[in-house]
Design a protein around this ligand. Sequence first.
Ligand code: SF4
Length: 479
Amino acid sequence: MKNSIHEECGVFGIYTKESSYDAATSCYFALYALQHRGQESCGIAVNDRGLIKCHKEIGLVSKAFNDEKIKALGHSNMAIGHVRYSTTGTTVVENAQPLFIKHHKGPLALAHNGNITNAQELRQKLESKGAIFHSSSDSEVIAYAITSNRLKTNSIEEAIKKTMKIIKGAYSLVLMSAQKLIAVRDTIGFRPLCMGKTKDGSIMFASESCAFSIVGGEFIRDVKPGEIIVIKDGIITSDETFCKRKPKLCIFEYVYFSRPDSVIEKNSVYKARLESGKILARECPANADVVVGVPDSGLIAAKGFSEESKIKYCDGFIKNKYIGRSFIEPTQSMRENVVKIKLNAIKPNVEGKKVVMIDDSIVRGTTCKRIVKILKNAGAKEVHVRIACPPFKNPCYFGTDIDSRDNLIACKMSLEEITNFIGADSLGFLSLNGLKKIVDTNNVDFCVGCFNGKYPEAPPKEPLKNKFDKKIELKGKIL
Ligand code: SF4
């Protein structure tokens, strides 16, 4: 059972005219910058004059790659990379990306961020025609659909367009064929995808603009929802055939998923978080001595709350930076102490004080309850919890793991009941109208489905996560 929401995935691609370029190293650094979007597995595929090589592993970029592994990928003029958090399919290396397919018209490597809502139906159709899948992720359904269309068409662009007519849901893709680097964003634009360039003229695509500066590059523009951008022989072409629907970017990218130094659809993530805190202070004021933020994503909103309310901001917590994925999951009786290992209060800042505690969201409420207790144990006289987004009332089907109403405390309890459950002296959430004002809406419209249940695209009939794994296990038993 989840206590918090997890990021989705991060994708990156780079193209340069120089065949002796070290595209793998650029990709490696960019994946470090995108690591916050997925920590389960990662991979890099490089293109050495039409020959694609790929390395992927379970774990963080720092574990999966070292100097030797990067050198083994060799010099190349194109590379794509991926960091993964599984929203469909389990954490096994078969599900790690980039996916790599060889067919008689050439190779294809693909990196995907998002969730395909009709993956199950498409997979069944493809399997009934003889398709054999090696992974349990929805991304392989996209790769297979593009490949089977490529066998019947004259170009990868045509194959992608045919595939875009049948796949539904969220997909920001970076693909690599023998000669081309391609970026594709779904017609709604749920997940971000942007384009950048380096000083030497290399072109890059990334989930977030923070990946560009790490390789000495800069942001050019966002890939438009529905757009297909192709780079071949240094020439960039854009196809906007599918740019006809009203875009609806996931608003939670600004609240939690994206890095504060990223800019998405012309809006700074940092400024959006600061603004969320300011609006929260106007909508849900509190009588307090200090404002603290829950690290990391509550910190900027806490600064905004402090600026607006004129209540002093201070560091309420210290976060242990050295807890990695190998940290042993505790037994129920140990969980409280474990939260203290991850996070502890800075006593002199909160002792004897009325504290406003800002966090980005509440999922089950159990983590929030423990953090309130940490503050009270450190001597806080009162703890007023303020949340920088509205209550989650619905699952997400578009690339995050908000997947069941059973896990959402706001579906089961009233505001008063949640306040009592988490042990706070008061509780307030940012309103949906307030949330929509955190960015300049002239630039973009938003998906807010997990807050109001109105999705820009029909949800799947059943949740997708691990669907295909169950099927594989069942087949294994029968055989
Ligand atoms: S449902 Fe919520 S988390 Fe999912 S894409 Fe829409 S706003 Fe984002």
